[in-house]
Design a binder for this molecule. Structure first.
Ligand SMILES: Nc1ncnc2c1ncn2[C@@H]1O[C@H](COP(=O)(O)OP(=O)(O)O)[C@@H](O)[C@H]1O
Ligand SMILES: [Mg+2]
Length: 366
């Protein structure tokens, strides 16, 4: 049985998304997986729409009135994928354990005592965004650590701080644990992402997963729909990425991202078919508008979540502004932002009133 913690003291770097979707993809490979939600905010539990009377607090606490064995709180998510849920009450555990001897090993003890856990191939532990007692307990209990790092917000200092803590725990508790960095939220439209990726690979050499998790809105949507990516949209980029990661975890081999063909070969047949079927469907569209006096123009719409950023900036040529995008077929709403002022596309007669009483321009890609 492999016990793997997903940790980083930074919030929002994809810990919960990774813990949930990697678990689902390992299960899709026929592995038996238990996801332990060790974050008092219970994002994994809530994100999988699990409602529980008792949670991991009732297992770890020695004074809980509802003391429950681990087996008593486990819930089924999908075939092969179980969860030990969390709840806000877990936030009191820290204080409760403060005076106890061996407080760093509470989770480890529980896992050791429970022989029935041997039915699982993988235990995946999701953690809060801090290096408190829960994280120390998880590292103590784990044989491996996944550190999700956002390419866009990578800080060498932050990861080094985390690695120092891991080293300290290894040393103090005489416990061996390996780690690997997982690059998440990778935006291949930004040149900046690639230079960050190079920096990460250079800093951590062999300790970086070959699989990279790209930005994919479906991952966010799945979470808000209360499910994981394989049941929300198994043909999405997010599903493909986490499925590839699960294969890399199982085979143990690190594929370099240039070996795209190898990656394809390791995907199962249905995944592969769906990808080749989906990829050529993307269409190139060019947005353009005439505004010779403008200094800066952006195009924002539901294809870029209405975000004005480096990604939405149009470039100027002979007084006209242009932006090339590659989009899936579908119906889109968009507006231009001319020197900070939002407007619809004056050259496109197809418009629709939005909830704010303004007009959005419409685009239909067949
Ligand atoms: N690859 C991704 N693409 C798009 N959104 C993502 C991706 N990974 C995570 N998110 C979203 O970002 C937010 C933070 O991710 P989460 O996994 O909860 O981070 P953490 O657990 O580290 O705090 C969530 O809303 C999640 O849905
Ligand atoms: Mg989280």
């Amino acid at each position: 049985m492999r016990i793997i913690s997903v940790t980083n003291q930074k919030g929002g770097c994809g810990k919960t998304t990774t813990a949930v979707n990697l678990s689902a993809c390992l299960a899709a490979n026929g592995k038996k997986v238990l996801l332990i939600d060790l974050d008092p905010q219970a994002h994994a539990t809530l994100g999988l729409n699990i409602r529980a009377e008792a949670c991991i607090y009732n297992v770890l606490s020695k004074i809980s009135v509802k003391k429950t064995p681990l087996e008593g709180i486990i819930k089924k998510v999908t075939p092969g994928f179980d969860i030990a849920p969390s709840g806000i009450v877990l936030s009191t555990l820290e204080q409760e354990l403060a005076g106890e001897i061996g407080r760093e090993s509470r989770l480890w003890e529980v896992l050791q005592e429970n022989k029935q856990l041997n039915r699982y191939d993988y235990l995946i532990i999701d953690l809060p965004p801090n290096l408190g007692i829960l994280t120390v307990n998880a590292i103590r209990a784990s044989s491996e650590i996944i550190i999700p790092v956002e390419a866009s917000r990578f800080s060498l200092e932050g990861v080094n701080q985390l690695l120092k803590i891991i080293e300290l725990i290894k040393d103090r508790l005489n416990h061996n644990v390996s780690y690997k960095i997982l690059v998440t939220n990778f935006d291949s439209r930004l040149r900046h992402s690639f230079s960050m990726l190079d920096k990460i690979k250079e800093s951590f050499k062999g300790n970086v997963f070959g699989t990279i998790i790209h930005v994919n809105v479906k991952l966010k949507e799945a979470q808000s729909y209360g499910t994981h990516i394989l049941s929300y949209d198994k043909y999405s980029r997010g599903a493909k990425d986490y499925f590839t990661l699960s294969r890399e975890m199982i085979s143990g081999s690190v594929k370099t991202d240039t070996a795209a063909d190898n990656k394809m070969a390791s995907l199962d047949k249905r995944m592969k078919e769906s990808i080749t079927e989906n990829m050529p469907r993307l269409k190139e569209v060019v947005f353009s508008m005439s505004f010779p006096e403008a200094k800066e123009v952006h195009v924002a719409g539901d294809f870029n979540r209405w975000q004005v950023s480096d990604n939405s900036r149009m470039s100027k040529n002979n007084g006209r502004w242009f932006k090339k995008m590659t989009l899936e077929p579908g119906a889109y709403h968009y507006r231009f932002v001319v020197d900070g002022t939002w407007m619809d596309d004056p050259e496109n007669p197809r418009k629709e009133t939005n909830p704010f009483g303004q007009t959005n321009s419409l685009l239909n890609i067949k």
